[in-house]
Design a protein around this ligand. Structure first.
Ligand code: NAG
Ligand code: NAG
Length: 880
């Protein structure tokens, strides 16, 4: 009974409690109307026609702004739309909400996507003390608005009173273009995205919705700047689209779509599937590895999630040399390459190669012929570009199918390729390919005539080559050209004149200085290597420790000729030029005294030598004499003919012999050379300010037995050396016969100097008379040797020489002097020397150069003579 009563009581109680609700339901609008806080809201709702929506709706939520909020809204605002956005088609009761946040859908349809309710995010957060809460310490936040009165429950829904209106979100595409324009951590991907506006156009046209997975800029740090450049470039279109396709899907994907926590697969724009699962900590995990940074960023027509990295790995893009060419901005060049069927070598990153890539620039044309394109490739990767020559992939017929080279130089901290093209940065490596960005296309090495024209001091050689038509030599393909500079040719003196007079010999010499294969400075080693010359001979080449020197080695005698390399690796169309500081003359080109005298136009002197039979020895092909050859005019002026008295003695003053192998060249002035006239020796005094190779040096003539010396104005006009070592000096005056009597002249000065010192005034008259007597005797002597001029010259030149010592230029004057220490020189010495000289032959170097020494030409050595000479030399220097 008690139980039944209890049930009845309970039923009655329930009736009493719920009857009014069942009978007269209270709607959301009823509740709002009952409160003075919402009079304004109700009026606006009426005017906007939203009352029926709120009345008819079931299980709705209305985020209701108070009068206070509405009164502050500027008139420009579309209040009806904003209020409709706040009508949610689901019941949201704060005290029942489990998630931290949830995406709900408004009654408002997106203007961009009419089927699609605009989403709104409602957060369920912890209320701070003093903040309005739902009674359980939590509160709701909707968009930027806070709920200030929670869970006001009507029969058809819930009212949550808010402190502000909530802005309607943007469309996805607007948002992306804003991100692309402004700075920000999501800018880069947005920039890629907006480059394909058709995605947005399609989205708008079809009134569709979408999800964008937006990697932040940090996701691209794996990419090099070049790769990023490529991705945004026109050429990067396909890869960019692929990348976007991996991060975009139609239909919105929210975290709450994964209701089980197991995740689901969704199709991406790319066609690939994306696995998305909600994580415990409120994020979405894609493909089991990428967690969102910010989740469920809402838009009118979709949703966005930001990611710390890409959905796809870096290798997804399969970067190739071609993509890198686009990335560094060498687009024109890349397109030129593709046009000329270079694609296979550009799309395979495994190919070992280096590409010199001219980047696009206004005004400069990219290389257009297939030939010059190949010149931009090297068949191995260069990771560090150092000065030198590099073989290009190009093997033109002009190089006899050898690889044409590329020359790398540095200047002022910058690196240049083939002179003009500047290297813009260190090589960029992709796979096995290195790419060197340069500021303009490489120019092919020029024609030989142009390359030779750039050689500093190359005019002599240019003249030879032009005259001998070397530039048009049909066989000249892939050759190495050794190119002696002007200094080298001028050092050869008369020898150069000889070659200029004898084109067939010059041709022989030039061809023997060319190797029939290209050799670059890197090819020269310390090991002697044999090469074939264009003349058909063979030659050995090697470098010493000093790479600035090249040794030309005879394949016959093994004699070495060290030549200075003035410049190396000047590339031209069909070979390479190395500039030499001297001329290595091969052994098979013989230079004889007669050839040089002929080249210098010395005819009278030669005739006189023949008349006196001196020529058989002096002008022999293997002569080793030093020949002071007066020009024809000088001999004519002095009226020296075959009829001249003592002609052999006169000529003998012009023929000198070195005493031993240390004598050096006559012109060096290191020692005295004996003339054929016994007792008369001659040396060169160094003139002030004159180098050892100057033609304007002072000759010093000794009259040894007479202990005397004097000067004569003798000028060396030209010089040359024969193969056998004879030195020929063209001089402007005849050696004076007065040298033979100059001893008397000196005694005269000495004796009368002493007499004057004694101070005998009356003696002056005597002196004068005696002097007159001496003058007469000398005058007679001079006339006897048909040499009147010399004495007067002698007196004058002493004065001039002294002037020279006191600062003025003593250039071009001859010094005659004698030396006590060497006065015991005798004929026996001379005979020994001749023996030594005649023993010369094996020691003759295969190649000579004007700057070489004569040391090796004399095999014998005279101890005593050498000492005597040294002593003499010291005294000579001391006396000066
Ligand atoms: C309102 O929601 C409750 C539970 O949330 C549900 O049972 C009821 O069917 C809903 N009413 C309408 C009209 O959708
Ligand atoms: C996720 O859920 C919403 C409804 O909450 C739905 O409209 C949408 O299509 C779902 N997304 C996907 C990718 O299925």
């Amino acid at each position: 009974m008690r139980v039944r009563d209890l049930i009845i009581w309970a039923c009655l109680s329930a009736l009493v409690l719920f009857a009014p609700a069942v009978q007269a339901s209270v709607s959301v609008v009823d509740l709002l109307s009952s409160s003075p806080d919402f009079t304004l809201l109700v009026r606006v709702l009426q005017r906007s026609g939203l009352i029926p929506v709120l009345n008819m709706g079931r299980n709705i939520t209305f985020f209701a702004p108070t009068n206070e909020v509405l009164s502050k809204v500027p008139p420009s605002v579309d209040l009806p739309t904003l209020l409709e956005y706040l009508i949610i088609t689901d019941p949201i009761v704060s005290t029942e909400m489990e998630d931290d946040y949830r995406v709900y859908f408004s009654h408002l349809r997106s203007p961009s996507s009419s089927d699609y309710p605009v989403p709104i995010k409602v957060k369920h957060v912890q209320a701070q003390p003093g903040e309005p809460s739902d009674g359980t310490g939590k509160r709701l936040v909707v968009g930027s608005a806070n709920v200030v009165r929670h869970d006001w429950i009507a029969d058809n829904g819930v009212i949550q009173v808010v402190d502000s209106l909530v802005e309607i979100p943007d469309t996805l595409c607007h948002a992306l273009s804003r991100l692309a324009n402004g700075p920000g951590v999501m800018q880069f991907f947005a920039q890629l995205f907006v480059q394909h506006p058709w995605i947005c156009i399609l989205l708008a046209e079809s009134e569709d919705t979408a999800t964008v997975l937006l990697p932040t800029n940090a996701a691209f740090t794996h990419f090099s700047p070049i790769e990023l450049n490529y991705l945004v470039s026109t050429a990067g279109h396909d890869d960019r689209l692929k990348l976007i396709g991996e991060h975009f899907m139609y239909s919105p994907l929210y975290r709450q779509n994964d209701t089980t926590g197991e995740g689901n697969d969704y199709p991406l724009l790319s066609g690939n599937m994306l696995h998305a699962a909600a994580t415990e900590d409120g994020k979405i995990r894609f493909n089991n590895e990428v967690d969102t940074i910010e989740t469920d960023i809402l838009f009118q027509n979709g949703v966005m999630h930001t990611l710390p990295s890409l959905i796809v790995p870096w290798t997804y893009f399969a970067f190739t040399p071609l993509k890198y060419l686009y990335g560094i901005g060498a687009v024109k060049f890349a397109e030129e390459l593709i046009f000329h069927k270079y694609r296979p070598t550009l799309v395979d990153a495994q190919i070992l190669q280096t590409i010199f890539a001219p980047i696009d620039s206004d005004g400069s044309d990219s290389p257009s012929s297939e030939k010059t394109l190949g010149y931009h490739f090297v068949d191995y990767p260069i990771t560090e570009l150092l000065p030198g020559v590099i073989p290009s992939r190009l093997q033109p017929s002009s190089m006899n199918w050898y690889h044409q080279r590329i020359k790398v130089t540095t200047q002022g901290g910058a690196t240049y390729v083939n002179g003009a093209a500047r290297v813009l940065r260190d090589p960029v490596v992709i796979g096995n390919t290195a790419i060197v960005p340069i500021d303009r296309p490489l120019e092919m090495p020029p024609k030989m005539s142009l390359a030779a024209g750039t050689v500093v001091g190359g005019s002599t050689m240019m003249e030879f080559m032009r005259n001998l038509d070397i530039f048009n030599e049909p066989d000249l393909r892939g050759w190495t050209v050794f190119f002696p500079n002007d200094a080298a040719w001028s050092a050869l003196g008369s020898v150069t004149k000889y070659f200029k007079k004898k084109p067939e010999m010059a041709r022989q010499l030039l061809l023997s200085l060319m190797i029939t294969q290209p050799l670059y400075s890197v090819d020269f080693t310390t090991e002697i290597t044999d090469y074939e010359t264009a003349f058909g001979s063979r030659i050995g080449l090697k470098t010493g420790k000093d790479a600035k020197k090249l040794s030309f080695v005879s394949t016959v005698t093994q004699a070495e000729d060290d030549v200075e390399l003035a410049d190396t690796d000047l590339l031209f169309e069909s070979g390479v030029i190395h500039v030499l500081g001297s001329v290595p003359i091969p052994e098979y080109i013989e230079i004889t005294p007669r050839q040089l005298l002929d080249a210098e136009g010395i005819y009278v002197f030669v005739d006189l030598l023949e008349a006196t039979e001196l020529h058989t020895d002096v002008l022999a092909d293997d002569s080793q004499y030093v020949i002071l050859a007066p020009v024809d005019a000088a001999l004519n002026f002095e009226k020296i003919t075959t009829a001249t008295l003592n002609l052999a003695t006169q000529l003998g003053l012009h023929i000198l012999r070195r005493r031993n192998l240390r004598s050096g060249r006559f012109i060096d002035g290191e020692s005295a050379f004996d003339s054929l006239v016994p007792g008369i020796s001659i040396t060169v005094l160094e003139a002030e300010g004159q180098g050892p190779d100057s033609e304007d040096q002072i000759l010093s003539i000794y009259n040894r037995p007479a202990n005397s010396w004097r000067f004569e104005p003798v000028r060396i006009l030209s010089k040359g050396m024969t193969s056998s070592g004879a030195e020929i000096y063209v001089v402007d005056t005849v050696m004076p016969m007065s040298a033979l009597v100059v001893a008397d002249g000196r005694s005269w000065w000495q004796r009368h100097g002493v007499l004057i010192a004694l101070g005998a005034a009356a003696g002056i008259i005597v002196i004068s008379m005696v002097s007159l007597g001496w003058f007469w005797i000398i005058y007679q002597g001079g006339r006897n040797w048909n040499h009147n001029r010399s004495f007067a010259n002698n007196v004058k030149s002493i004065v001039q020489f002294r002037n020279g010592l006191s600062g003025s230029n003593g250039l071009g004057h001859t010094l005659l002097s004698s030396d006590d220490s060497d006065s015991d020189s005798n004929d026996a010495d001379d005979e020994d020397e001749e023996d030594a000289a005649s023993a010369v032959g094996e020691g003759t170097p295969f190649l000579r150069q004007a700057s070489g020494t004569l040391g090796s030409r004399v095999t014998g050595d005279e101890e005593t003579d050498e000492e005597a000479e040294e002593a003499e030399h010291v005294e000579m220097r001391g006396g000066r």
